[in-house]
Design a protein around this ligand. Structure first.
Ligand code: AMP
Ligand code: GLY
Length: 424
């Protein structure tokens, strides 16, 4: 069969790589892809929001399955548009993608169905929010309602910061219309865990756990980023916690979406905080995580195309997910200055060292070919270097060894990805 992956980051590289492993797949396309994805898939120069062009391409190339990676096209109805053109598509429709696209929606859903999460209030008017933060318990977390590249979350420790935060989101509109509505929620403490799941509308199948490192600098300092590295599994996500989440969080979320007439098919990514009072939902994402996918899929034994199709067909109950009894660590190699200002276009060396290196992967996040066919940097996050190991310590040592194989001007990465595992 022929498969089209929509997207062009490290997550889509991992999805394209895993899809290409399937004996059922003869051809993988990726729109728009990047220089690394071009090694596994034929890249097509169509943007992720160009639904008509994507549909026309998929039809004319007899694509059997489309997989939509990023949040923006999902929230804007990519799946609905492609389905309307008669295509088979993996991912939530617009009505279901709202689970991620509106924090006000997801908080209300959790409240209505008793799914554990931080206490919160929603505000549509800045004056109400400003009044509220005058007396609210500190620290307080302010979140833009809409999609904001993972950056629309402000943790405010003082009243001044909270007032400033309301102004940033609602008056200065730093995240545009995403801040027309905000959620103010209770600050929680604990370990964070990312759990990706496949959902077919009724049945939910849980993948192995992972943990992301969102801050730019070592020791969780610096600005929030899309993610600087991940490890899988999380040693803090125990069997007991998993059992609790299945009963009180995962299945209830799927059932709640169905009850609301927003049947969810695709990936639900649960961002969890393991608090003293038990696991609580920090956020939902309606897609694979980036860079969680880069540590989860290399450990997955199943043919991913079977799982994609079972989600579309509503037959996920007939599939059990299987993961290797090993560990993976992904170190993101970024551009100096990310997530603020950085330069692009520097030649990358050392990529060939990954060829034939079993258990080592280099997933491209922001790369392109220059005029001479050299691979150059083309984004804030450039590469995700993933390595497997028998356990997390070995995987981490391997990932940092492989991170050293790569060189380019402005190469920047965190040195403490997975360090928390030493405390486990
Ligand atoms: P989100 O995009 O909602 O996952 O938020 C981004 C990051 O902000 C999370 O990964 C947490 O580290 C932090 N965060 C979000 N909500 C809370 C909360 N209620 N309490 C503490 N930290 C939070
Ligand atoms: N790594 C976090 C995310 O994909 O949203």
């Amino acid at each position: 069969m022929k498969v089209l992956i929509v997207g062009g980051g490290g997550r889509e590289h991992a999805i394209a790589w895993k899809t290409a492993q399937s004996p059922r797949v003869e051809k993988v396309y990726c729109a728009p892809g990047n220089a690394g994805i071009a090694g596994t898939a034929e890249c097509v120069d169509i943007g992720v929001m160009e639904f008509d062009k994507l549909a026309a391409f998929a039809k004319s190339h007899e694509v059997d399955l489309v997989v939509v990676g990023p949040d923006d096209p999902l929230a804007a109805g990519a799946v609905d548009a492609l389905e309307a053109a008669g295509l088979r598509v993996f991912g939530p429709r617009k009505a279901a993608a709202v689970l991620e696209a509106s924090k006000a929606f997801s908080k209300e859903l959790m409240k209505k169905y008793g799914i554990p999460t931080a206490a919160y209030e929603t505000f549509h008017r800045p004056e109400d929010a400003l009044e509220y933060v005058k007396t609210a318990k500190l620290p307080i977390v302010l979140k833009a309602d809409g999609l904001a590249l993972g950056k629309g979350v402000l943790i405010c420790r003082t009243r001044e910061e909270a007032e400033e935060g309301v102004r940033t989101l609602m008056l200065d509109k730093q995240f545009g219309a995403a801040g027309d509505t905000i959620v103010a929620e209770e600050f929680m403490t604990g370990r964070e865990v990312s759990v990706l799941t496949f959902v077919d509308g009724k049945t939910i199948r849980v993948m192995t756990s992972a943990q992301d490192h969102k801050r730019a600098k070592d020791g969780d300092q610096g600005l929030n980023t899309g993610g600087m590295g991940t490890f899988s599994p999380s040693p803090f996500y125990t069997k007991e916690i998993d059992a609790f989440c299945r009963e009180h969080i995962y299945q209830p979320t799927v059932d709640a979406m169905r009850a609301e007439g927003r049947e969810f098919k695709g990936v639900i990514f649960f961002g969890l905080m393991l608090t003293e009072d038990g696991p609580k939902v920090l956020e939902y994402n309606a897609r694979f995580g980036d860079p969680e996918t880069q540590v989860v899929l290399p450990r997955m034994k199943n043919d991913i195309v079977d799982v994609f199709e079972a989600c579309i067909d509503g037959t996920l109950d007939q599939i059990e997910l299987e993961f290797e009894d090993n560990a993976a660590v992904c170190v993101v190699l970024a551009s100096e200055g990310y997530p603020e200002h950085y330069e692009k276009g520097f030649a990358i060396s050392g990529l060939e060292k990954f060829q034939g290196a079993d258990g080592y992967y280099v997933f491209h996040a922001g790369t392109r070919f220059d005029g001479e066919g050299r691979t150059v940097t083309n984004g804030g996050r450039v590469l995700g270097v993933t390595a497997l190991g028998r356990d997390l310590k070995e995987a981490r040592a391997n990932a940092y060894e492989a991170a050293g194989w790569i060189d380019y001007t402005g190469k920047y990465f965190r040195h403490d990805i997975g360090k928390a595992i030493d405390e486990a």
